[in-house]
Design a protein around this ligand. Sequence first.
Ligand SMILES: Nc1ncnc2c1ncn2[C@@H]1O[C@H](COP(=O)(O)OP(=O)(O)OP(=O)(O)O)[C@@H](O)[C@H]1O
Ligand SMILES: [Zn+2]
Length: 487
Amino acid sequence: MVIKLYNTQTRQKEDFQPLEPGTVKMYCCGVTVYDYCHLGHARSYIAWDIVRRYLEYRGYTVNYIQNFTDIDDKILNRAKLEGATMEAVSNKYIQAYFEDIRRLNIKDANAYPRVTEHLPQIIELIQELEQQGIAYAVDGDVYYSVKQFNDYGKLSGRQQEQLQAGASGRISQSDPDVIKKKDPSDFALWKAAKLGEPAWESPWGKGRPGWHIECSAMVRSLLGNTIDIHGGGGDLVFPHHENEIAQSEGATHQPLARYWMHNGMVTVSGEKMSKSLGNFTTIRALLDSPLDPMVIRLFILQGHYRKPLDFTDEAIASAENGWNTLKEGLLFGTEYGEKLGFKPDEKALIDDDAISRFTTAMDDDFNTPEGLAVLFELAKELRRDRNILIHGGEINTSTEQLQKTWQTLRELATVFGLEAHPVETLHATSLPGEGGLSDEEIEVFVQQRLEAKKAKNYGESDRIREHLKQLGITLIDQPGNQTIWHR
Ligand SMILES: Nc1ncnc2c1ncn2[C@@H]1O[C@H](COP(=O)(O)OP(=O)(O)OP(=O)(O)O)[C@@H](O)[C@H]1O
Ligand SMILES: [Zn+2]
């Protein structure tokens, strides 16, 4: 079966065929690093993580690139507020990004280009556009002349006339930008330096790039003129992605992306969750509640990536229930495999029918809710027998069938990045009886947790912290990888 995906540009599902058989070049717009990531960002990057994991599961090699916007007005404003440099602010939130996103088990990109590292490529691209008469310089600024690009509007479906009418109605005629622009819908590729702001040398004098040009330059420099999949949130279709197309295709005369994919918004009472609106819940606040990171993943997977997803306490509670069911299923073999006589080398025991239903769902534009239904069926089968085992009853299902169901569930959960950790085994092996854990035993856990953190296995380190918390022991992380604890 071929994978079908919805292409925003053609407004229909299409067969997925990468430019080079077997490999996928994929680029997704990254965060502007001026604050902690919220659940909306988690959704976007989990959506691309699933697309990537599923393509890999289907045998493709995926080269996945995601940028960091580290030059921007919002970062500058934050730097003023924090009394720091733009670089210090972006470094702080890039580090926070990695901490949060890795806890959600999102795989690292193959590269994370930053704007500050791509100034030469950006300048070169703007120069090419200028030479081709598509860009023009005015007093140290450079603008893109939208009228020069016939295909402008092909992604968002907006017509040039509409755009101009809209833009001229919206913009104040005394705005210096408007005075310099030949046409109200033109947009900035390069902005002349303002007093006291970071600036870089360029053929047009000192300044900094506009927002849209960075992605065009980075895609080209890291992946080439045409990529297979370009992703981002639906809020980026216009103007950001429309402008990326205008810049890249205006310069290269080749399609920028074969498929454009957009995720729906996480909303709060129907409104987009956003830093600017202040109605956001950060990933770290949710995880400190404490919530198993897999509950957030499951909450997101329960919706189709293109649809809006409303964030409510009830939805999270329901995902928590769902995760408990899946987790029990995923740990079934760990808990009962030995007792039931599972054979460790029987890896090939897989339920082909379940796999086929799962791939049918995922081949249809990454339908994770339907894919999840298959995981739940398998987990519920295991739960039925688990309940019988807990109550000392006799089960009728054959060992082979149980091992098959369990291994299939685990395989599919891996495609969804869902990982369960056996807290129970910690209890079983190390609970000392009435007196609680000894100091030495706590130290062993603290060491294990530090090792897990070093290996960036945040799921494991969170699990150990939570386990100790349940035993009344609090861990406090200190600078320099030190952890102190108290009862
Ligand atoms: N509420 C949301 N739901 C889904 N995706 C989102 C949401 N908010 C942002 N994204 C996506 O996350 C990615 C990074 O976004 P970016 O850093 O530009 O955030 P932003 O849109 O500036 O944030 P905000 O709107 O919160 O100020 C983009 O692809 C964007 O579309
Ligand atoms: Zn972009």
